[in-house]
Write a protein that binds this ligand. Structure first.
Ligand code: SF4
Length: 368
């Protein structure tokens, strides 16, 4: 029987055990755990994303994957590529403080304007960058679909899972028909993933580490490996244990496993690929990434790990690619060309795709 998100979503936040950190905090009452997320969904950005795997982003330059980037993260890797929204790193903490002050200033200014306005001012104008209600978020998903998104791509959703699930259910009631992609760092609990049966169509999950020692070192997650593999098994189960594509080649159902090769860790990358192929064969999609970008200015603690202060050497990546080539899975993606570029990393400035924005690849700052 499917989980009753309509009635029970908040319950999962009252003693938060959503991810393997199992903090047990009452987020509804204002407590925050390791991830720092509160009782409401916070979105950093929505966009039509052109640079995911081709079966997710598609080829149409006017379309793309309907990506929703959430604030906060339960994993918090030392080398985080999205540090500005994940809440990791010193700059992220500074930014969060500045943002809170900006919001307070906006509320004061807008309250004053509202009080003095002779006629109602448009809701859009008064929309604040505030945490989102479930209906508001459901509307955001529908807008992405209206803008041409091939799918809804929920990036780092773990810590908001019950609220997102409710919004997806609501959006589906209102006509959301594109596949829903759960794009996660892999640090999941299988019993939480199980609740997403019938809600999520595609899992796009990382498998970051071969050993818990490395997971502890770089992500302070000494229980990563077993949890990630158990969660993957559940993802595989609830999406039907096989891949399903549309006539246009876009993935409609199934699992993609990503591995970002870290500098000096090509051996681990090869082992992970072999382990995955031995279990899942041609029934999942493999995605081997080389776009690691060291960002020490984002998190000075990265300097404690000199091995991570450089890009991935071409020969290291090649070694992992060769493993993939030897196994020759039916579906796999690798990245070509130079890798070290911040252009892979979107600019996080609370930009939401809006109805007023006619450019399918553009975004409007501020209001949704
Ligand atoms: S989602 Fe956040 S609060 Fe909940 S268990 Fe994970 S880290 Fe803790």
């Amino acid at each position: 029987m499917s989980y009753d998100f309509d009635g029970q979503a908040e319950k999962l936040l009252e003693k938060c055990m959503l991810c393997p950190r199992t903090c047990g905090v009452n987020r509804i009452a204002g407590e925050t755990g390791y991830c720092g997320a509160g009782p409401f969904i916070e979105v950093a950005r929505t966009m039509l994303h052109k640079w995911e795997e081709p079966c997710i982003s598609g080829a149409d330059p006017l379309r793309g994957s309907g990506a929703v980037f959430f604030r906060h993260c339960s994993l918090g890797c030392i080398y985080c590529q999205n540090y500005e929204i994940s809440g990791t790193g010193d700059r992220a903490r500074d930014r969060a403080r500045d943002r809170a002050m900006d919001i307070a200033r906006d509320i004061a200014r807008l309250s004053k304007e509202r009080a003095s306005a002779e006629k109602p001012v448009s809701a859009t104008r008064f929309a604040l960058p505030e945490p989102l209600s479930v209906p508001h978020f459901a509307g955001m998903l529908l807008q992405l679909q209206n803008k041409g998104a091939y799918n809804i791509n929920l990036v780092t959703p773990t810590h908001y899972m019950p609220l997102i699930a409710r919004a997806v259910i609501e959006a589906k009631r209102q006509g959301l028909s594109v596949p829903v992609v759960y794009n996660t760092g892999g640090y999941e609990r299988a019993e939480m993933i199980e609740k997403l049966e019938g809600i999520v169509d595609v899992f796009l999950t990382d498998l970051k580490y071969l050993t818990d020692g490395t997971a502890k070192k770089y992500s302070n997650a000494g229980n990563y490996v077993d949890n990630a593999f158990e969660a993957l098994e559940m993802m595989f189960d609830i999406t039907g244990r096989e891949l399903e594509f549309g006539n246009d080649g876009m993935l409609k159902r199934g699992v993609i496993v990503r591995h970002l090769v870290l500098p000096g860790h090509s051996y681990a990358a090869s082992k992970i690929i072999k382990k995955l192929y031995a279990r899942y064969g041609d029934n999942i999609i493999y995605s081997l990434m080389n776009q690691y970008t060291p960002l020490p200015e984002a998190n000075p603690r990265l300097s404690l790990f000199p091995e991570l202060l450089k890009a991935v050497d071409e020969s290291e990546y090649r070694q992992a690619v060769e493993t993939l080539e030897e196994l020759a899975p039916k579906y796999a993606f690798i990245q070509e060309g130079g890798t070290i570029s911040e252009s892979f990393i979107p600019d996080w400035n609370d930009t939401y795709l809006t109805d007023e924005d006619d450019s399918a690849s553009g975004e409007a700052t501020g209001d949704f």
